[in-house]
Design a protein around this ligand. Sequence first.
Ligand code: PLP
Length: 398
Amino acid sequence: MDIKVNFSGRSLNYTEEEIAAVVEVMRNADPLTQGRYQDACQEKFRTFNGAQHAFACMNGTAALQMAADLCLLNAGDEVVIPSHTFTSSAYPFAARGAKLVFADIDPKTRVTAAEYIEPLLTPRSKVIIVPHLYGFVADMQPILALARKRGLLVVEDACQAIGAEIDGKKAGNFADIGIFSFHSHKNLTTLGEGGMITVKDESRAKIIPMLRHNGHCAYEEKREDYWRPAMGDLDFPELEGRRIWPANYCLGEAECALGIKMLDRVLEINAQKRARAMQFIDALSAYPELEFHRENSLRHNYHLLAARLDGPASLRDAFIRRMFNEFAIKCVVQYYPLNRYPFYQKLGFGQADCPNADNFFDHMVSFPFQHSLTDSECAYMLDCCKKTLDGLRADGKR
Ligand SMILES: Cc1ncc(COP(=O)(O)O)c(C=O)c1O
């Protein structure tokens, strides 16, 4: 079947300038990893986001693995996280011995909030993870207040929310640790993989380069010969007296060079996606059964455009089926509640009292919304969406 509007695996088209930046690295950079492009990319990102410290890494998952390390978890520590999120927001914490406690989401914004987190906190709670899903920044201040009161760490998973902000403060810059992804789907992508971790605290910042690169570090004292006793030193990254196993999470110079260029354009991309989302949502206002989260402010970057289709769950499936079979438009469903996957059930995290997350997932439709959609593809999708909803309404009356 010839798909007319695909839920593309790629978010955007690169400009000639962005392509040239990568080619320049291919031709001339030495080294090809951990060189001046990495330093410049981190520094530019740090300023862009208003972060104290920023470190590039190979993807959002690598950033989350490092975040989980930096939380210094002990077996049985509890990590509160919404069930409605991408899997790698969660499993790095479980892999380090934490018990995952699933929080619900707000039915309107589809992200978690303090009121869902607070009842789950116990003396074993150690970390709260807040994913800004779909590109909407969760209400951070009440969550931070809860955390402060109880001495908990907060990790913001801003993988989908680059550049989104509340009152001038950007996603990922509220909590102790901020996580970003430059994956192929994202509003900023560095050739499909890429990520960034930001931290506020100096002692965490100090060990990230070692954690990111196999425990390698420079010798502290000046040496007589640069090759003795070895080219570089090697040790465990240590935090609060605890050793952490390192890994290699580095991002290549070509990706970093592209990241530098794309940071100039990502806010424009966000604004264009937001404007397009507003047009699409408003054009469907005569169909209130399709419930969007409408947020015409910098707080949402519309990384994704998702809606809940009111009615029986079978109606959502009928909608997606018709959009695909009759109009060749590929909508999808996303973020199966984690407790419903065998992966989490096998870990003993199959239980969750998250009715909003379950209800949203069972009725949700995620529309193709890559930045590279053309105006005519959008107009076609809108027209077909109306026809499909009209058809479903007519069927309902029969
Ligand atoms: C909310 C969320 N968290 C984590 C990730 C993991 O990022 P990556 O794919 O770069 O590893 C993603 C995206 O893929 C995501 O959307």
